[in-house]
Every structure is written in structure tokens, then in C-alpha cells.
Design a binder for this molecule. Sequence first.
Ligand SMILES: Cc1cc2nc3c(=O)[nH]c(=O)nc-3n(C[C@H](O)[C@H](O)[C@H](O)COP(=O)(O)O)c2cc1C
Length: 442
Amino acid sequence: MTIETHVIDRATDSALFSPLQVGAMSLSHRIVHAPMGRGRGRESENVPGTYVPWEIEAKYYIQRATPGGMLITSALPISEEAKGGSFVGGPAMYTEDQKLAWKKVLTEIKKTGAVMVAQIWHGGRTSGHGKLPCVSSSATRIEYNPRTKQPNPPPREMTVEDIKRTIADYARSARLAIDAGFDGVEVHGANGYLCDQFLHDNINRRTDEYGGSIENRNRFVLEMVDAICAEIGSDRFGLRLAPYGFFNECKGSDRVAQWTKLCTELRSRNLAYVSFMEARYDEFLGQKEKLAALGQTLNSDDFGSPEEQSLPTIAPFRAALGGKEGTKVMVAGGYDTENCWGAVESGLTDMIAYGRYFTSNPDLVYRIRHQLPLVKYIRPLFYTYPKGQPEAGYTTFAPHESNLKTEEDKELYAIQQKNGISLVENGWQLSQDGVQMGEIFV
Ligand SMILES: Cc1cc2nc3c(=O)[nH]c(=O)nc-3n(C[C@H](O)[C@H](O)[C@H](O)COP(=O)(O)O)c2cc1C
């Protein structure tokens, strides 16, 4: 198959395919694999009850690797408490054993030239009570758990001692990640997990120095950032934020003021990057309005429909981080092979992270470059798999027919053709599969 010249020109001329220095990390292009928890870890033989990566993670990331392309891992719990009773099965980063398991996996992945970033994470009140009680900024419970259709039992409010211990856990986990061979570390500060539980005033009801004002609600995150920077250096550290997110019952007020202040503080810390989950139709509009708005976007020639442009944007946070000359910025949320063009040129971001489409298109970077159709993702296999088949929906997707380099690629392609693949037509894969609002933002 031949790729038309104008298609190649579009990519060659795009800033998306230009190199970028992100702190200590050198990227050859701006398309990033977004962090995605997929529950494919394995129980450690050395430390029962803890989970480690194995060959399947190596294969998954190698399939998606490009020289100088950044791949961010699934959210790795920083402690037993961080994982709690709800997030069992994903690999983690809090034991020496986990560090060594990652080291083994990374040795293989790094041969591709990929830039590997570990996302580390504490679930706070979302982790559920496991071996240890789950904790949060305050004893504010989750009012509706879609699985049990009930409120969750309330978490235990963290003491100042708990806060200091947890910050030390973040720093220790970051150190383990760097020692394992990761190029950088990102903290999951979005989606209603522990960091967000300090930032949102509907969850954080504290009256001490960690709550009650914008400055105080930012304190936990900033102390954690400082501890990690002291441990591994700010040039290897990124923070993920979702200023407009609602997932996990984030209903904080005064968001622009809260996150602008946070970003102003982060600017002086000189992080490698800050990653934003952008506001999504899913969160602001009902299904009918969303489809209408999406229809307009898909038919519009410019970068964003009026509806899209009227949604809250990350512009104030980009400005607080120093604008184009400041801290590097990454965005995620609903990017495809069309709406990516011009995003970097618009000045709003330096990188684009892709989540769902990277699950079903291992050679996503190639497909974007050549503007080839995307394969639809399989939502039921995001977090779970048929018994004994962890590879299903994880490492079973093939590259494009024009990009089959190995015998294994060819085999995967043949199987995929036999089973029948669905391509995304006319833009974004719409949520016909009964997605609940916010479900995608794990
Ligand atoms: C299966 C799945 C797992 C995810 N897990 C994480 C995660 O561990 N950490 C995180 O920050 N975001 C997580 N996300 C959110 C993605 O990083 C991304 O922001 C989101 O999918 C929106 O991007 P997209 O529209 O390109 O899919 C997850 C998303 C999916 C679909």
C-alpha cells in the first residue's frame, strides 16, 4: 500500500512529530501512551499478596514503543494502603521485589529506545478497606459505589503523621522506580484519588493546615512534589491533574482559582511536565447533547466546534505554568487521528497522550503519522479478561497491514482478520456500548 505524499507532508510539517526535551527526557515526537491500569500483573512468588509485572507487560509496551516515544505505565500503588482492597491485580511499586521485577521488564522494553515513565498512585478513599483501613483527607465517604450501588464505608481521616508517612511512601516509590530503570516518574494527581481528595473542598473538610483554603488544600500535593523532587530530581518528575474532573465524586468549587494557584506553585518547582486531563463532553453534557455536539465537531473544519471552545480549557493553567516557554504540558482526552493536528501549534500543549486508542492500535504513532484508520477498542477487556487469558485484548491487537515487521505481527494480523476487526469510521468511536459517565477516567 502506498501512502499519499500530502499525508506524509502533513505529519512531517506538524509539530506533533518534532522532538522535545522534557526535563531530562529526550522525545523524538509528541505522542504519548497515557497511563492505563489494565489489571494484568501477577502475584509475586516471593512476596505473596503483592503484584509484579511480568513478560506480558514487557510485550505490551514493546508493541507500543517507538524510539524516543514516551510510554507511561498503569497507576502503580505506592503502598499496601494505596492499593487497598479494591485494586488488586495491577503491578505496583513499593517493594524491592517489585523493583526487581520492573527492572527485568524494563531491560527488554528499553531496547526499543522508548522513554519509560512510571505512574505512581495512592487511591485514598477509593481503595476500599483492605488489609489496612483506607484513608483520605477527611472521613468523607463515597456516596455511590456503582459496583455495590451503596455508599462506601467512610475512610479514616489522615492524621498529620499519616500525611508525612504517605508523602515518604510517594518519595520511596519514586526512588524504587528510578532504581528499576524508569526514565521518569509521574504522580497520579487526578480522577479523585488521594491527591484530588485534598484538592477538592467537597471531600477535604479539614480545618488544620491541610484544609480550609486554597493554599491549605494545595499543601499535601506540594509537599509530596517537593519530597519527590528531592529524591529523584524535578527534571524526571511529572504530575497529572484533572482540574475539571468529576470522577470519584470530585465536586470541588472554585476550580480555576485552586488549580491556577497550584500551577503557579509548580512553575517554581520546574517539573519535567504537568499532564492535564481535559474537560470532556461526557462530563458536562447528557448523551443526546454530547452526540449532537460531537456531530458538529466531526463536521467542522476548524479546530473545535463552538461547543468545544465554550468548554472550560486548560489555558489558565498553561499560563500559570509559564506558557509556551514554561513547564512542558501534556493533554489527554478524546484525541484521534484528526483532531490532533494543530494541537501543539495552538500553543496550549506540548504533547498529546492517547489512552483508549493505544489499547487497540499498538502502532498508533505510525497510524497517526500516516493517517490510517484506527481499530476500535474493546471496552470489556480493559480491566478484565477471560479466565487464563490475560493477553486477550491486551497484546492481541496487530499493527496496520502496511506495518507488519515480524512473524508474530503477521500472525496477530491474520488472527485479527479471521476474527473480524472493526475500524473506527468517521472519527471517534462513539459510546454505543453503554458507557457510564466518567467510567473511562480510571
Ligand atoms: C482502561 C483504562 C485505564 C486507565 N487507567 C488510568 C490510570 O491508571 N491512570 C491515569 O492517570 N489514567 C488512567 N486512564 C485514563 C487515561 O490515561 C486517559 O486519560 C483517558 O483514557 C482519556 O484519553 P483517551 O480519550 O485517549 O482514551 C485510564 C483509561 C482507560 C481507558
